[in-house]
Design a protein around this ligand. Structure first.
Ligand code: SF4
Ligand code: SF4
Length: 91
């Protein structure tokens, strides 16, 4: 499953909304691992909650198809963009 992330970085700029990532919060919601070019500095070892494929396998595979999980995540990205960006919901 390939998740169509366009590297907007918005999810990694608002991790104060995600309790599991509290230890990475710089104090303003920005993850300490987010680079200036919106990449994850620990991508290969990123937390499970940041990894769509691992989250599906460990928590959602018995509840829905991969396609449905992907669709819900894409919808989540659109909601983040609506809430925090200039309105570009393309993904
Ligand atoms: S909000 Fe969605 S598109 Fe933007 S960086 Fe996060 S996962 Fe990627
Ligand atoms: S660990 Fe990486 S993917 Fe997860 S919020 Fe931080 S920068 Fe984003």
């Amino acid at each position: 499953m390939i998740f169509p992330c366009n590297k907007c970085g918005l999810c990694c700029l608002h991790i104060d909304l995600i309790p599991q990532l509290k230890k990475y919060d710089l104090g303003n919601g920005r993850c300490i691992n987010l680079t200036d070019d919106n990449l994850c500095a620990i991508y290969d070892k990123r937390p499970e909650i940041c990894n769509v494929n691992k989250m599906y396998e460990s928590m959602y595979s018995k509840q829905m198809s991969e396609e449905e999980f992907l669709r819900l995540n894409v919808e989540g990205c659109k909601e983040i963009k609506k809430a925090f960006s200039t309105g570009n919901t393309n993904i």
